[in-house]
Ligand binder design. Structure first.
Ligand SMILES: *Cc1c(COP(=O)(O)O)cnc(C)c1O
Length: 366
């Protein structure tokens, strides 16, 4: 049997290590996962109530059009219902975008390093991927603009960027958007939008009126705490959205995820609380970095990328043995960094104290 030639040797996505596996491997009773930017506070209580209520209805197919969720999100964002497409996570919206627009005859422009799914899905479609290096950890929008040619169909802006947490400002993004050819789709992937604190972060939804070639991705997986249920969405021009619909699998969100996401949107107080706690958590890490003079990337998200000047795998293993799962930068394009998801205050204190011990020991050894 032979797979498509572009799939040969293609690595599959490597997720953060599962908690149960680490417990078994190291004989640990408690393992804390701060590896995949999930919400350490879970989801809103109202989400849990909505899920229990819906648990009895599993025999019926979900609404393929996601009508109730669509209504809720459209009204929350103040957009028309036909501007939305829902995916099994925004990962699936990325997949749908690639299936719809990319082929061996064209190309797509991404930053590097950035979220791996843009490239992976583009490669599967046989499209050429033009990767533009980050500049000091930030998307180099001028260079990305230059990389666009007559064969380019999609340009991806991950804002804030995963794994660096950095962002492009409103004025930079606008200047970029104005110069991108109208037949090139600009994807603004805003998976961490709810955590952003910067005042000059772009508000992209109002720009959709003016820019038909813009699509914004958001997700319920991060701040909303629904990563396990898989629901994300795209907001764009109805014409673009209708092009995506034929490639969308008919029942791509499950019924439980619909009710959970509706309840999640309704509880904005929960999001506000998580935003505040995340900000305090980031401060814990910033103080730690300042104290030990570590280079870090200024973050607008719920994770931080810190440079320890040794292979990220070393600290990954060190923390793993002590019951913390984080991400090594080796797999993320920042080999001497680790990416830590901001946890609860206690979790952050715990990880910081382990890292401090490691640094102090390393200093003595020198
Ligand atoms: C986590 C993440 C996603 C995927 O989220 P899902 O909605 O869970 O598929 C998309 N983009 C970025 C940048 C992410 O970090």
């Amino acid at each position: 049997m032979k797979a498509k030639k572009q799939l040969v040797g293609l690595p599959s996505y490597k997720p953060g290590k599962p908690i149960e596996e680490v417990k078994k491997e190291f004989g640990l009773e408690k393992v804390i996962k701060l590896a995949s930017n999930e919400n350490p506070f879970g989801a809103s209580k109202q989400v849990k109530a909505a899920i229990s209520e819906a648990a009895g209805n599993t025999a019926i197919y979900p609404d393929g059009y996601a009508a109730s969720l669509r209504e809720e999100v459209a009204s929350f964002l103040d957009v028309d219902q036909n501007q939305l497409v829902f995916g099994n996570g925004s990962d699936e919206v990325i997949q749908m975008l690639c299936r719809t627009f990319l082929s061996p005859e064209n190309n797509t422009v991404t930053a590097h390093p950035t979220f791996s799914q843009y490239k992976l899905n583009a490669v599967i479609e046989g499209s050429e991927v033009k990767e533009v290096p980050l500049k000091d950890g930030v998307h180099d929008l001028d260079a990305m603009l230059e990389a666009i040619d007559e064969k380019t169909r999609i340009v991806w802006v991950c804002n804030p960027n995963n794994p660096s947490g950095t962002y492009n400002t409103e004025s930079d993004f606008l200047a970029f958007l104005q110069k991108v050819p109208k037949d090139v789709l600009v994807v603004s992937d805003e998976a961490y939008y709810e955590y952003v604190t910067a005042n000059d972060f772009p508000e992209t939804i109002p720009l959709l009126k003016q820019y038909e070639n813009l699509i914004v991705l958001r997700t319920f997986s991060k701040a909303y705490g629904l990563a396990g249920l898989r629901v994300g969405f795209g907001v764009g021009n109805p014409k673009v959205i209708s092009l995506l619909d034929p490639v969308r699998p008919p029942f791509n969100n499950n019924a439980i995820s619909h009710v959970a996401a509706i309840a999640a949107v309704k509880d904005q107080q929960f999001i506000k609380d998580c935003y505040e706690k995340n900000k305090e958590g980031i401060d814990q890490y910033l103080q730690f970095c300042e104290k030990y003079n570590l280079k870090y990337y200024p973050t607008q998200a719920n994770f931080i990328l810190i440079d320890f000047k040794v292979s990220g795998d070393v600290l990954f293993q060190y923390l793993l043995e002590r019951g913390y799962i984080i991400r090594s930068g080796e797999a993320l394009g920042f080999p001497t960094c680790i990416r830590i998801t901001v946890g609860s205050k206690e979790e952050n204190d715990g990880i910081i104290s382990e890292l401090s011990a490691w640094l102090e020991k390393a200093q003595v050894a020198q």
